[in-house]
Design a protein around this ligand. Structure first.
Ligand code: PEP
Ligand code: MG
Length: 574
């Protein structure tokens, strides 16, 4: 009978092939004393040299296959091989304590790994995987084993492993490896990130049961749903073959739209942009044909570390994003911390209602030092692309005016210091508090654009916590109350000749898109993987017809009535 395992859908797609179970060898070297110290150090130095050579080859291969950024991982490995705190300490053990090379390497690398794992900083903790990878490579050389068995894969396979190191992933032969499953890992682990940039279906964190799959058995990988079917029966195979065929066909069709503009059937053009949280997301943004970045959630730069990012650190991230986007618009949102997003190193006051408390711009106006640092980094980066600065969570005009004043002050200071700042930087705000939507006509006089944050706008309009499952039924993007607010915001902006985007989840919702098009939304910003399906949908819609339907829709009394109405057209048009 077939067996079903569930894991984290790390990179979408469907694959059917036989399992190839990668058994990585763990070495437990025994302590030994050496007589010929010179020969032992020589043996170790040769191992280091050999590892360097291998890694240089892998780095070059990765650069060609995946680009320079992904190849940087191996730069870190190479640096470790030159790090005196690592290599010289091992050599000292051999020379002074007369210990064998295997044991010395094991001792020092274990110490390194433990030290890294105890760090507060997530990025440093992740480096432990690099040390393990490099150690495994050297250890296998010392023992005379072949390091990676990935190169043994000779037939179409789905790779199953406890975890995959960066060098494992880089060595995958994409002509035969159809996808992979790991026992451990998260959506942000190295292997998951690599899979997404390779476009390889992958499930991570499938648990120890995945390790018990036998090599050679047929496996179905439904990485869009996050499930693995081991040893499927004929019926399951048939069902998934046809699901896969449909999926693949749809992907091929969608890929053709990558460089096309987003124009409705009746010739109305809109912009499809992507939401990002880090530079790691850029690869997908570009490969999915985003026309810009509609929301860069900068708070992720502040998370998973033990202190605030410096102006310099932020500057280099913003510059990198702007350069990668090659002149396409990039909306960077200032820090939106508080509510559900906390910083371990910043003590926020205990609040009974953090979502209604000192968060986002409110906090930035209270902690101006933090805010000014970010504004300076943004202004300095502005000359590297088309930067637009956006403020979150504004409720009243005075907040916007104060934020703009601080921005102007920092700009003046930079110019006085002789720094280069772009001549014109659009400044906008998120509309995510109902008060701002209702007074949008007044705000529109003070900004260059709006971006509607429906995730919060819905929670505040419905007075229903977006994290609370028990009131999830109130999370209704297509409710007439929400649609009316959106209409109000778009009309107010248009009256002032300003543009309106949307960066909440609603912008990528296929039921909402026809309505948003009809309402006149200019820019839709969503997760990168939703862009091509949204573009395909808009190509088949008539902006004029949907605009004509809006009055009737806004008069409807429930979300259900509205979604049924939309589906009547879209499902028959499809
Ligand atoms: C929103 O509220 O819709 C939004 C995009 O911001 P976040 O989800 O980061 O709160
Ligand atoms: Mg929000």
């Amino acid at each position: 009978m077939s067996q079903r395992l569930n894991g984290i859908a790390a990179s979408p797609g469907i694959a059917i092939a036989q399992a190839y179970v990668l058994k990585t060898k763990t070495y437990h070297p025994v302590r030994g004393t050496v007589n010929d110290i010179q020969a032992e150090t020589e043996r170790f130095r040769n191992t280091v040299a050999h590892a360097k050579q291998e890694l240089q080859t892998i780095r070059d291969m990765t650069e060609v296959k995946l680009g320079a950024q992904k190849a940087e991982i191996f730069e870190a490995h190479l640096m470790l091989l030159e790090d005196p705190d690592f290599i010289d300490v091992i050599l000292e053990k051999i020379e002074q304590e007369r210990l064998n090379a295997e044991f010395s390497l094991h001792e020092v690398s274990q110490g390194f790994i433990e030290m890294l794992l105890s760090m507060d900083n997530e990025l440093l903790r992740e480096r432990a995987a690099d040390v393990r990878d490099v150690t495994g490579r050297m250890m296998s050389r010392l023992y005379g084993d072949a390091y990676s068995t990935i190169s043994d894969i000779a037939e179409e396979s789905i790779l199953i492993a406890e975890d995959l190191t960066p060098s494992d992933t880089a060595q995958l032969d994409l002509n035969i490896v159809r996808g992979f499953v790991t026992e451990i890992g998260s959506r942000t682990s190295h292997s998951a990130i690599m899979a997404r940039s390779l476009g390889l279906p992958a499930i991570v964190g499938a648990g120890a049961a995945a390790g018990r799959i036998a090599s050679g058995v047929t496996v179905i990988l439904d990485a869009s749903e996050g499930c693995v079917i081991v040893d499927p029966d004929a019926e399951e195979l048939e069902a998934y073959r046809s699901k896969k065929a449909q999926y693949d066909l749809r992907q091929q069709e969608l890929a053709k739209l990558k460089d096309q503009p987003t124009i409705s059937q009746d010739g109305h053009q809109v912009e499809l942009a992507a939401n990002i949280g880090s530079v790691e997301d850029l690869q997908k943004v570009l490969s999915n044909g985003a026309e810009g970045i509609g929301l860069f959630r900068t708070e992720f730069l502040y998370m998973g570390r033990s202190s605030f990012p410096t102006e310099e650190e932020q500057f280099s991230v913003y510059k990198h994003v702007l350069e990668k986007m090659e002149g396409k618009p990039v909306v960077i949102r200032t820090l939106d911390i508080g509510g559900d997003k906390e910083l371990s190193y910043m003590k926020l006051p205990q609040e009974s209602n953090p979502f209604l408390g000192l968060r986002a711009l409110r906090l930035c106006l209270d902690r101006q030092d933090l805010f000014r640092t970010q504004l300076r980094a943004l202004l300095r980066a502005s000359q590297y692309g088309q930067l637009k600065i956006m403020f979150p969570m504004i409720a009243v005009l005075s907040e916007l005016l104060e934020a703009k004043r601080l921005l102007q002050e920092e700009k003046d200071k930079l110019l006085q210091e002789g720094a280069a700042v772009a001549g014109r930087i659009e400044v906008g705000m998120m509309i995510e508090v109902p008060a701002a939507a209702l007074a949008a006509d007044q705000f529109a006089q003070e900004v260059d654009f709006f971006s509607i944050g429906t995730n919060d706008l819905i929670q505040y309009t419905m007075a229903a916590d977006r994290m609370n499952e028990t009131v999830a039924y109130l999370y209704q993007p297509c409710h007439p109350a929400i649609l009316r607010l959106i209409q109000m915001v778009i009309r107010a902006a248009e009256a002032e000749g300003k543009w309106v985007g949307m960066c909440g989840e609603m912008a990528g919702d296929e039921t909402a898109i026809p309505l948003l098009l009809g309402l006149g939304l200019h820019e839709f910003s969503m997760s990168a993987s939703s862009i091509l399906p949204a573009r395909a949908l808009i190509h088949g819609l008539s902006r004029t017809e949907w605009a004509e339907r809006i009055p009737q829709v806004l008069a409807m009394r429930s979300q259900q009535e509205i979604t049924d109405y939309v589906h009547k057209f879209t499902r028959s048009e499809a």
